[in-house]
Design a protein around this ligand. Structure first.
Ligand SMILES: [Zn+2]
Length: 271
């Protein structure tokens, strides 16, 4: 009886103080997680097949989350009271974004489960120029009209805003593979590797983002955390896609502006 009571108390304490408990339990100097700031002995296996050191034992971040946060954190710090749209929010990144000073944080998902809003990303329920930042990781490969979603992200960004739009990518594939006639889960698993994926992106993913209107810059994990790649266990093969609204063309008369529509035309200061 007494043993059960002690066990129950320990379980409650472990649950309540689980982040602290995990930080202490896994403490070490060989690995560092930029998402939760923990120093741990090693990361944990994750995936199928398992990647040996993929998951942070404290916040559950994976390689791509650590890269994305290491990239975003210094840029977010430059924005006072940022308005952020986070699609299909990863808990570890959500926790950090919600803690930003003065943030107006909107989590969004297709089914609305556990998020602030339910939304189809090809028809976002926001006015133009609402957000400073959009974060959408590993979602577009599930969306038939991915170009429509990219255009929506552009539409809801404010001038000067930016988006991080990550997808699983096969870098040895030049052209994205998709086939709208493949619709059943079994066929999609065979064709695209997962029963709810509708394509496999190739190196032309950047062209798609540009076709939507974004100005795109690619960053490697080594550029984002130089010298700390091994300690943070980042995926060196997944580039980060930094998508900005294009700069306004020079004002040279209405004829040129008509040929080069620009998001800045939404601004009342530019007529
Ligand atoms: Zn962590």
């Amino acid at each position: 009886m007494a043993t059960d009571l002690v066990s129950s108390i320990l379980k409650t304490l472990r649950h309540r103080f689980s982040p602290v408990y995990r930080r202490v339990r896994h403490f070490g100097i060989h690995r560092h997680c930029p998402v939760c700031g923990s120093n741990v002995r090693k990361f944990l296996p994750f995936g199928d097949p398992p990647r040996p050191e993929a998951r942070c034992p404290v916040c559950n971040s994976l390689e791509r989350h650590r890269m994305v946060w290491a990239f975003m954190e210094p840029r977010l710090a430059k924005i006072a009271r940022p308005a952020v749209l986070h699609v299909a929010p990863e808990p570890c990144l959500r926790a950090n974004l919600e803690r930003l000073p003065g943030v107006d944080y909107w989590s969004s998902s297709y089914d609305g489960a556990g998020t602030r809003i339910q939304a189809d990303i090809t028809r976002l329920p926001f006015e133009d120029a609402t957000f400073d930042v959009v974060l959408c990781c590993h979602v577009l490969e599930h969306v038939l009209d991915d170009l429509g979603a990219m255009r929506e992200f552009m539409r809801v960004l404010r001038p000067g805003g930016w988006a991080v739009l990550q997808v699983p990518l096969e870098m040895d594939r030049e052209t994205t593979y998709e086939d709208a006639s493949i619709v059943t889960p079994e066929e999609r698993t065979r064709a695209f590797g997962q029963n709810d994926h509708v394509r496999i992106y190739g190196r032309d993913y950047t062209d798609r983002l540009k076709a939507a209107g974004f100005s795109v810059s690619l960053f490697s994990a080594g550029e984002i955390i130089p010298g700390d790649l091994e300690r943070c266990v980042l995926d060196p093969h997944e580039p980060l896609f930094f998508c900005e609204l294009p700069q306004c063309p020079p004002l040279q008369g209405t004829a040129q502006l008509a040929k080069q529509p620009c998001v800045c035309l939404n601004e009342s200061s530019v007529v």
